[in-house]
Design a protein around this ligand. Structure first.
Ligand SMILES: [Cu+2]
Length: 370
């Protein structure tokens, strides 16, 4: 089933020439349009249920092509440049380019979505300057597809390709990441969501909005544009989906949106060296996924803050209850600041514009309207 293939281009052409249906379209915009309406299964209907597309604000979804029961994707690892606020003036009004690694032009990599029961085929290309592999975290797949160099496959060399193919016999929130020199390669951003929708969801599993946040931490030394992936403790940028809460220009983190009464799911994962206690203002949520797929009702837990450590997954669900901009952020206060190398000194007068300093880093909000 595993094959490094010289037939890659042929297969890709074949795949796209078939009259395949696209269930999800990529979304690279900041406005988060709802691409797929929530089509709830009608009573007496034998139509297969469909879902709202998962939205990771600031991150596109990877276009997939469904042919029969096989959903095909093209994934390319490559260098990417992001912009974080340059705090050297204390204000963070200017962007600071940071050279990272990502997939298909995005760091965090684009979100892969598929449905339980399908087979996924990922045509992977390595456009990095060193070998890499792709590991699909949490997915119960054949060992040949596990993406661990020298355990289950040879590393994919620069310019090389590999086809990952496996059936999906579970549902829930998972992710993919490099498993080659992961402290460096994951540290530089080689990771993304892999969402498996349940084939037969219970009515309560269909929500109006399905958001996702990938947490990460960075140490970018003064004068450098390359993250220091040897750092284990002292990080100065804290990102959700590769962006900070008060980012610069087009690198702002778009907020979530919902109407009062709508059901919202937020999926969170983290591949940083730290734990992040994420907190939602003004609402009590149910934890509906602890990382092993959706929990039955009697195992769901009420909370308003939940810690997400490295490689853990949590899904939170709630009904938007009142209008307002409700914050959703890591509650380690230093993780909601940008570049802590330059904090205001205790006792010094507040700097203009600094009252919102704690809306940087891992902070965003959900805009709830009537
Ligand atoms: Cu945190």
């Amino acid at each position: 089933m595993a094959y490094e293939t010289g037939r890659r281009n042929f297969l890709w052409t074949l795949g796209t020439s078939l009259a395949a249906s696209l269930l999800w379209k990529p979304d690279a915009t900041a406005e988060l349009p709802r691409v797929a309406a929530a089509l709830k299964p009608e009573a007496g209907s034998n139509k297969s249920p469909s879902f709202v597309s998962v939205r990771a604000p600031g991150i596109p979804n990877l276009p997939g092509t469904l042919t029969g029961n096989v959903r095909e994707f093209q994934l390319t690892a490559q260098p990417v440049t992001i912009q974080l606020p340059d705090m050297s003036d204390g204000m963070g009004m200017q962007g600071r380019p940071v050279n990272v690694w990502g997939y298909n032009g995005s760091m965090i990599g684009p979100t892969i979505e598929a449905v339980e029961g399908e087979t996924v085929r990922v045509f992977f290309t390595n456009n990095l300057s060193e070998p890499t592999t792709v590991h699909f975290h949490g997915i119960e797949l054949p060992i040949e597809m596990d993406g661990v160099p020298d355990f289950s496959q040879d590393p994919v060399p620069p310019g090389g390709t590999f086809v990952y193919e496996f059936p999906l016999n579970q549902s829930g929130t998972y992710f993919y990441h490099s498993h080659y020199m992961p402290a460096k390669q994951v540290g530089l951003g080689l990771m993304g969501f892999f969402i498996i929708h349940p084939k037969n969801p219970s009515p309560s599993q269909i929500v109006d909005h399905d958001y996702a946040y990938f947490l990460h931490t960075w140490k970018v030394n003064p004068g450098s544009s390359i993250p220091d992936t040897l750092e284990m403790n002292n990080f100065n940028y804290f990102t959700m989906n590769g962006r900070v809460g008060n980012g610069v220009g087009s690198w702002k983190l778009p907020p979530m949106k919902a109407k009062v009464g709508e059901r919202v799911r937020i999926r969170v994962t983290n591949l940083s060296m730290l734990t992040h206690p994420v907190h939602l203002h003004g609402h009590t949520f149910l934890i509906t996924d602890w990382g092993g797929g959706f929990l039955p009702d009697h195992q769901q837990i009420k909370a308003n803050t939940i810690s997400v450590s490295s490689a853990e997954v949590r899904a939170l669900e709630f009904t938007a209850r009142a209008p307002g901009n409700w914050m959703f952020h890591c509650h380690f206060t230093h993780h909601t600041m940008n570049d802590m190398d330059r904090p205001p000194l205790p006792g010094s007068p507040p700097m203009e514009g600094m009252s919102n300093m704690d809306m940087g880093g891992m902070s965003t909000w959900i805009n709830v309207t009537a």
